[in-house]
Design a protein around this ligand. Sequence first.
Ligand code: CP3
Length: 349
Amino acid sequence: MSELKNDLFLRACKKQPVERTPIWIMRQAGRYLPEYRAVREKADFLTMCKTPELSAEVTIQPVDLIGVDAAILFSDILVIPEAMGMQLEMHEGKGPVFPSPIRDEKSADELLDIDPFMHLSYVLDAVAETKRELNGRVPLIGFSGSPWTLLTYMVEGRGSKNFAKVKSLIYNNPKLAHKILDKLSNAVAGYLTAKIEVGVDAVQIFDTWGGILAPDDFKEFSLQYVEKIISNIFRNDEPVIYFPKGVHHSLIEISNCGANVIGLDWTMDIGDVRKVIGDKVALQGNMDPTILYSPEEKIKKEALKILESFGDGSGHVFNLGHGILPDVEPQKAKHLVDVIKTESIKFHK
Ligand code: CP3
């Protein structure tokens, strides 16, 4: 870690003193960048994920172009179900599709127990290649979906509005749901451990669909598995970030899950959340991604509001409250990064 030239992000995750607030942006390697679209023209999305040189190239683009304080490995959460044997298709403009979703015992039993070094070696090769090319400029984040968020795609087969099929599964056959969630937890813990072993400096668990569950169901079908994963990851002091999108309840329980950092979406006031759980964990977030459609003065004003709401001291990693949208102008993202770099200094005297 000492070989890192910029370790602000890691220090903020551990609530150690920083000279300024670090910033990275969820989905920072993506379609809003013309340089990403140029690579994407030559290769489809999954080929990019599976070609370490291409993955490394687009992972590093936002470090060069936008100036973020951390890189996040270009990949997808759905590579795990694919490695477990599910056919995965990325449909242009429609998103990911599993043509044969998991709906019964038989298809669940067919899911493989994976060894990341065997079934996801291309991701680990991409980590090694990216670390080499980054050459210590900024830390590299690895990630996974939470078991619950992975289960929603595996059962629905695609993005969903009301999640009827996965909710039917947990209410009609909770035993089967738990069996799959347990298998996914083992896969995720092994996968994140392997990524740390080959060099990522931190990991983030995306629980994009944690917020569709009522509080008790969230604890039963999502949070308990995240806790189990975090306690089963072998790590030295690599921080774990948990991002339970849309979960306003259970903040205390969430802050006790073992993660160093809790990611917030934009529907909560970060200062209020800090008062409740900010002593225990660092916080990441939480600007509305659509603010980047605004003029630069408005972006600055909104960014300042969040810095001020968090207040003085370390323990804040600036980010959007969800992924950057594909039609945002890159200059707007760069402006946000520049604002955070200059305006956050006064909160760290
Ligand atoms: O943050 C980063 O820059 C790293 C890359 C990253 C991608 N997907 C690349 C991607 C990360 C962290 C993810 C995570 C992911 N993937 C999540 C959790 C985070 C979130 O946004 O909620 C989810 C739910 C997925 C599943 C997924 N993959 C969806 C729903 C889609 C389609 C939506 C879309 O943006 O097109 C994808 C495809 C995908 N993953 C793209 C990228 C850059 C777009 C692919 C392309 O057409 O170029």
